[in-house]
Design a protein around this ligand. Structure first.
Ligand SMILES: *[C@@H]1O[C@H](CO)[C@@H](O)[C@H](O)[C@H]1NC(C)=O
Ligand SMILES: *[C@@H]1O[C@H](CO)[C@@H](O)[C@H](O)[C@H]1NC(C)=O
Ligand SMILES: *[C@@H]1O[C@H](CO)[C@@H](O)[C@H](O)[C@H]1NC(C)=O
Ligand SMILES: *[C@@H]1O[C@H](CO)[C@@H](O)[C@H](O)[C@H]1NC(C)=O
Ligand SMILES: *[C@@H]1O[C@H](CO)[C@@H](O)[C@H](O)[C@H]1NC(C)=O
Length: 186
């Protein structure tokens, strides 16, 4: 991309114009591709109760753009949720081990325990996906587990909550998995 410009810096502007034009078309097109909303993504997001979150997570996601079936988009959503879950779990481990206030630390540990158990809920979600089982029930199971952690903070409002947004986003993921499962894509 840099070569035509630098090697032609001595050329006249007229000569350069086609290049500049082509270059901007290229940038414009790559932007369009980067923000592609496929019919599957649109159907998934428009029928979801967490529509904005849906467009945010799928908006610039190559895997989501490649999804061609309901199964594909369910798969992508579960894998994205799992990746998010892993990052959050790692964050909870670090924050908990660094925490010096014993009351805070105690509550973070309890929340971390729910996150450890969530791994099994993700395994269950994955097997329900593969065997075309009930993703509604499976996502609600995971959501209930997450809610236990959220409730710990709710009933201990004096403990600062560094995971509030993370928990909220993960619960949106579970809601999204459920909504997509309950949506018809025909
Ligand atoms: C690319 O997309 C972003 C996000 O939608 C937008 O803000 C930006 O203006 C676009 N750029 C071009 C060159 O179209
Ligand atoms: C889309 O993702 C690509 C690669 O991850 C990134 O370089 C680009 O800035 C993103 N675009 C927007 C509009 O978020
Ligand atoms: C969780 O996913 C959201 C949406 O993709 C992202 O913005 C956020 O950074 C992720 N958080 C973690 C902790 O991975
Ligand atoms: C935890 O403590 C270590 C060393 O004291 C520090 O490097 C790290 O940034 C801390 N992490 C967090 C999330 O506070
Ligand atoms: C939560 O999700 C939103 C939407 O994808 C994202 O912009 C935000 O960075 C996420 N925050 C966290 C803490 O994961």
């Amino acid at each position: 991309m840099g070569r035509p410009i630098s090697s032609s810096s001595s050329m006249s502007l007229i000569f350069l114009l086609p290049y500049i034009f082509l270059l901007s078309v290229e940038i414009f097109n790559s932007n369009l591709t980067a923000n592609a909303v496929t019919p599957i993504i649109q159907r998934a997001c428009d029928s979801s109760t967490v529509k904005d979150f849906c467009y945010n997570v799928f908006g610039n996601n190559t895997m989501a753009e490649r999804a061609r079936t309901k199964y594909n988009i369910e798969d992508v959503t579960i894998q994205m949720a799992y990746s998010n879950y892993s990052n959050i779990a790692r964050k909870i481990v670090t924050v908990t081990s660094n925490e010096t206030n014993p009351e805070f630390k105690q509550l973070y540990k309890k929340c971390l325990h729910q996150y450890v158990l969530l791994k099994y809920d993700f395994e269950y979600l994955n097997s329900m996906l593969i065997f075309r089982g009930d993703l509604d029930e499976a996502s609600q199971r995971a959501s209930t587990r997450l809610q236990t952690c959220i409730n710990y903070f709710y009933y201990s409002p004096k403990v600062s909550n560094p995971f509030a947004k993370d928990n909220e986003n993960l619960s949106y993921f579970f809601e999204l998995i459920r909504d997509i499962y309950l949506t018809s894509f025909d």
